[in-house]
Design a binder for this molecule. Structure first.
Ligand SMILES: NC(=O)c1ccc[n+]([C@@H]2O[C@H](COP(=O)([O-])OP(=O)(O)OC[C@H]3O[C@@H](n4cnc5c(N)ncnc54)[C@H](O)[C@@H]3O)[C@@H](O)[C@H]2O)c1
Length: 420
């Protein structure tokens, strides 16, 4: 019997109802679960999953368990755990969890270690903290059992690719983030909507008419900018990549340097996966009352140490809102300690997009069990057929039919002699 570490088991009934609510909006994962129940493709496979402990993750964990896996979960972020979900997973579904919302750094790492002590054969990560720790401190012991892993997010994939480049990676990884059925929908529509949701829940501000800066016009940034524009904000994009900046400009957004727009910005959201994007020089230029938040993976996109240094005082004025009073007497409001706003102050992505992301995770784990022995210690993209099949199942669940290529069209498309 594994000793879990969660906040309070009595929260389980509420968590169970919320898990079921999400499940109703995850038809693709449900189909996979039904097949897994019959076929048991993960039979006896120990899995350690380091993911945001949300209702959608609970349905993924159930699917893996129903597929025969011996699963444990730990959090991939100290603020994203939904304690009622953690409780229900333990009480109702018999899945061990190590995660408490608001846990400090030591507890966060203690929980990662608990997941490593499970001796996983397959890892499932969101941000590569689990795989990183396995390689750093457990390479001679627990890493030996691992045949492969999957990775959920952009930042994790970047870290793992750099491990691959340095020849440090010791098992193959499927980069779920790179599937079209993941980043086109989860990063764009999921992060877009849920970041605005987190902003509203934390502050209850009116968005229309505000100068709303989105730093980073990648998949997540496009979604945040699109939704902010839809709510009537005056959206400004900042970028470092000329192609993405051009794309933002042609999508109808003003593109500026961050230091140019700071004196006018009412809201600044970072979604870059990069370090100190809002740095000391930007904080000094901030408009009085500026709200700053992050929806990128780590809490280092905003230079919080510099904000602390520039401030005379700080106080918590609402849940997830800290007011900093700077020595220039301006106020800056930092949301959710600079951690993922959508998962800290709101509930993360809606289940309907996580359905596809987690279908990729479940099928990625199955693929790994079948194919790991033939794979190198590299970061792989999920095979195109799996990605297409997930899209097909999702369309079916939405009652959307599409046309089929005719034989004549297939021939036409595959022949270099076609055309005039
Ligand atoms: N909040 C969530 O639930 C959620 C979901 C998915 C991904 N993420 C995370 O969000 C981050 C972004 O993911 P993505 O898929 O959009 O990545 P992406 O690579 O598609 O986009 C990141 C963009 O940021 C730009 N950028 C980098 N440094 C910058 C800087 N200093 N100033 C302005 N722009 C800069 C890059 O040029 C790029 O266009 C990652 O950390 C990812 O892991 C969060």
């Amino acid at each position: 019997m594994i000793k879990c570490d969660i906040k309070d088991k009595s929260l389980a009934p509420r968590g169970k109802l919320r898990i079921e609510w999400a499940d109703n909006q995850m038809p693709v994962l449900k189909l996979i679960r039904e097949r897994f129940i019959k076929e048991k493709p993960l039979k006896g496979i120990k899995m350690s999953c380091c993911l945001h402990i949300t209702t959608e993750t609970a349905n993924l964990a159930r699917t893996l368990k129903d597929g025969g896996a011996d699963v444990v979960l730990c959090a991939s972020n100290p603020l994203s755990t939904q304690d009622d979900v953690a409780a229900s997973l333990v009480v109702d579904y018999g899945i061990p969890v190590f995660a408490i919302k608001g846990e400090d750094r030591d507890t966060y790492y203690k929980h990662l270690i608990s997941a490593i002590m499970h001796e996983p054969v397959i890892t499932m990560d969101d941000g590569a903290d689990l795989v990183g720790l396995l390689h750093k401190d457990y390479s001679q012991t627990h890493l030996r059992n691992v045949i492969g892993g999957t990775e959920e997010t952009t930042t994790g994939v970047i870290r793992l690719k750099s491990m691959e480049k340095d020849k440090a990676l010791r098992f193959p990884i499927i980069a779920v983030n790179e599937s079209d059925t993941k980043h086109l929908f989860d990063n764009r529509y999921g992060t877009g909507q849920s970041t605005v949701d987190g902003l509203l829940r934390a502050t209850n501000i009116l968005i229309c008419g505000k100068v709303f800066v989105v730093a980073g016009y990648g998949w997540c940034g496009k979604g945040v900018a699109m939704r902010a524009k839809g709510m009537g904000a005056d959206v400004v994009v900042t970028e470092v990549d000329p192609i993405r900046a051009l794309e933002a400009a042609m999508d109808g957004f003003r593109v500026m340097k961050l230091e140019q727009v700071m004196p006018y910005a009412d809201i600044v959201i970072t979604v870059t996966g990069n370090l100190n994007v809002v740095d000391e020089k930007h904080l000094k230029l901030a408009k009085n009352g500026c709200i700053i938040a992050n929806s990128g993976h780590f809490n280092d996109e905003i230079n919080i140490a510099a904000l602390e240094k520039l401030s005379l005082s700080k106080r918590t004025v609402r849940d997830f809102v800290v007011e900093y009073t700077l020595s220039n007497s301006k106020k800056i409001f930092l949301l959710a300690d600079g951690r993922l706003l959508n998962l800290s102050a709101a509930e993360g992505h809606p289940a309907i997009v996580m359905d596809m992301s987690f279908a990729n995770q479940a099928l990625g784990a199955e693929y790994m069990v079948k194919n790991a022995k033939n794979m190198e210690n590299k970061v792989y993209v999920i095979p195109k057929e799996i990605d297409m099949e997930i899209a097909r199942l999702k369309l079916n669940s939405m009652n959307i039919a599409i046309d089929d290529l005719t034989d004549e069209q297939i021939k036409y498309l595959s022949s270099w002699q076609s055309g005039t």
